[in-house]
Ligand binder design. Structure first.
Ligand SMILES: O=C(O)CCC(=O)C(=O)O
Length: 307
């Protein structure tokens, strides 16, 4: 059966019920800095998004942007793959985002990753990091503020270690600094307590940007594939290329919440209002605020979700 992005199973546009993150999930997220959401995507969705990422990989190879058999790390996921749009407000995972950050959010950074098996050992490189770049140098605080969260969707089988798994130090989001080598290419032991996250196709990982994490090398026989979306408040700039910047009809075909997440809300409002609206000054005209309000999901005791 042909599947299109209008397929009911691939869109949350028509989902009328939604559930906030549970107290148990919140406690675990606060403790570990990440959650694994098993079976977030159906097998049909896994097939659909795998076809989409394979197409991008083939295009990258055809254009010479990546050599045959080499890895792909394409930024601005939806700008480069419109078919990925169904993941940005996926009904299973997106509630975790707004439960933590509230209604005034957008996607600031996203990527499509394909990592084929590596046949020969590559030189050591210390890749442990927190997300947010200069936020980790220019912000005060111990720990620094959370500011953003990220969703990783696994399209290949990383249910065993050694397959290029995502690796984390549970609980490290409360730590501004971990020990590392004086230079990234100097061999260094793996951080104490670090674990490779094992996930099956369709599982998602939701993590705090401050969680110390790294990708590992894929020495298995399985090509690793994943799509990543990072969310932050709208008063932090979008680092991605804006999806659909020259395609107004495509943008208008998206739900208002998707338009907000991709950075389109507030455009076209004349005068000063445009700037203020773009960073979330007006809740009542910010789609996710209205969407949550209609479903009675705004609360009084959580500032980012306050009515
Ligand atoms: O690809 C991975 O496993 C890690 C991804 C990562 O470092 C990131 O999303 O910041």
């Amino acid at each position: 059966m042909a599947i299109t992005s209008d397929d009911q199973r691939l869109t949350s546009a028509d989902v009328t019920t939604t559930t906030a993150m549970t107290a148990e999930q919140r406690a675990k997220f606060e403790q570990d800095g990440y959650l694994i959401i098993r079976g977030a995507l159906t097998p049909t969705e896994v097939d659909y998004y795998t076809t989409a990422i394979d197409r991008v990989y083939a295009e990258q190879q055809a254009s010479g942007a990546i050599a045959p058999g080499k890895s792909m790390h394409v930024l601005s996921a939806v700008a480069n793959c419109h078919d990925a749009v169904g993941l940005i407000d996926h009904p299973v995972t997106f509630p975790l985002v707004w439960s933590m950050l509230g209604w005034n959010v957008h996607i600031y950074h996203s990527h499509l990753d394909v990592h084929p098996p590596i046949k020969e050992k590559v030189p050591f490189r210390f890749e442990w990091h927190q997300d947010g770049g200069r936020q980790n140098r220019e912000l005060e605080g111990q720990p620094r503020e959370r500011l953003s969260v990220k969703l990783a969707y696994w399209l290949s089988d990383v249910s065993e270690t050694g397959r290029g798994n995502f690796k984390v130090i549970p609980g490290s989001h409360k730590t501004n600094w971990i020990d590392g080598p004086p230079r990234r290419d100097i061999e260094w032991p793996e951080p104490e307590g670090s674990v490779e996250v094992c996930a099956s196709p369709g599982d998602a990982v939701f993590f705090d940007r401050r969680l110390w994490h790294t990708r590992t090398n894929n020495y298995s026989d399985i090509t690793r594939k994943g799509m990543f979306f990072a969310y932050c408040p709208r008063w932090i700039a979008i680092r991605d290329e804006i999806a659909g910047i020259d395609e107004p009809e495509w943008v208008e075909s998206l739900s208002p919440v998707r338009q907000q997440l991709l950075g389109h809300v507030g455009k076209g409002i004349p005068g000063e209002l445009e700037g203020d609206h773009s960073w979330g000054h007006y809740p009542k005209t910010t789609p996710l605020y209205g969407w949550l309000d209609e479903r009675d999901m705004l609360v009084y005791d959580n500032p980012p979700l306050r009515k």
